[in-house]
Design a protein around this ligand. Structure first.
Ligand code: DHB
Ligand code: FE
Length: 262
């Protein structure tokens, strides 16, 4: 970010906030409450959670306006760099007897003209059956349900994992206190997080939601967008096993991504 850009946006931000303080006649005590909320969320390690809940979706909407490829969605506070590189057949790292229904997440990745793209990296992370993330919440092995894998020669990808439930963000910390004061609940709809990388295309960060799921229209982070809701199919008959020997039943979520050139 150039100094010129910083000057433009910070001066405007300060002006907007000063006008806001006059509009609401913010008292000195109220000003301190506001700064304490920010300081407390940093002390609780919730600064990313706090800002992401209220503001990150606006930034992705702004970048989506100019995108030709698939829409992006918020990264959220729980991404970790360096997830394990998986080998074929792709199965997300998980505990023995990881709870949750089996989910195959699959689809195809192409460019905006529809040309399939081999060797695209997908970096997937999602919550476990209790709605908790590894590397963040204690008592879960590091990198559980976090992994990187690639599309094949025809641009297809498929990974086996478990179906995550709707997720309740931490509600006992400073972010939760603000949401409680607003009378809001703490839930996000069930979702998969993904980053997609290829040297010739712009890296994208998105989330996929499950059609018909709870909280799709009242996500605490307000991050659900139409193009990101995919159909979850329940497979429980041998007629569903056209070419593959998989153990029934399982869920399947198909989503085709389009990447935007650099
Ligand atoms: C937020 C986003 C997520 O995807 C998540 O899993 C938890 C919290 C957020 O916006 O704060
Ligand atoms: Fe999440």
């Amino acid at each position: 970010m150039s100094n010129e850009r910083i000057k433009t946006v910070v001066e405007d931000l300060v002006q907007v906030l000063q006008d806001f303080m006059h509009k609401h006649e913010i008292s000195h005590d109220e000003y301190r409450v506001a700064t304490d909320v920010i300081i407390d969320s940093i002390k609780a390690g919730e600064e990313s959670l706090f800002f992401d809940v209220f503001f990150e979706a606006e930034a992705t909407d702004i970048s989506n306006k100019a995108r030709k490829g698939s829409p992006e969605a918020i990264e959220g506070p729980f991404y970790c760099v360096g997830a394990p590189l998986l080998s074929l057949p792709y199965v997300m790292p998980q505990r023995i007897n990881e709870r949750g229904d089996v989910l195959y997440f699959r689809g195809r990745i192409s460019d905006t003209d529809g040309k399939p793209l081999p060797a695209v990296e997908l970096d997937l992370w999602h919550a476990d059956a209790d709605g908790l993330y590894s590397n963040i919440h204690p008592d879960i092995p590091d990198w559980n349900l976090r992994g990187r894998f690639q599309t094949d020669a025809d641009g297809y990808y498929e990974v086996k994992t478990i179906l995550p439930p709707p997720y309740e963000i931490p509600k006992n910390g400073p972010t939760g206190k603000v949401l409680s004061a607003l009378g809001r609940h703490f839930f996000r709809p069930a979702h998969l997080h993904v980053k997609i990388r290829h040297p010739k295309y712009s890296e994208m960060t998105s989330q996929l939601y499950f059609e018909g799921g709870e909280y799709l229209d009242n996500d605490v982070a307000n991050a659900v967008r139409d193009g990101l809701i995919a159909r979850l199919v329940y497979r429980n008959s041998s007629a569903d096993l056209v070419t593959r020997e998989l153990s029934l039943p399982f869920y399947e979520l198909c989503y085709d991504f389009k990447l935007t050139p650099l």
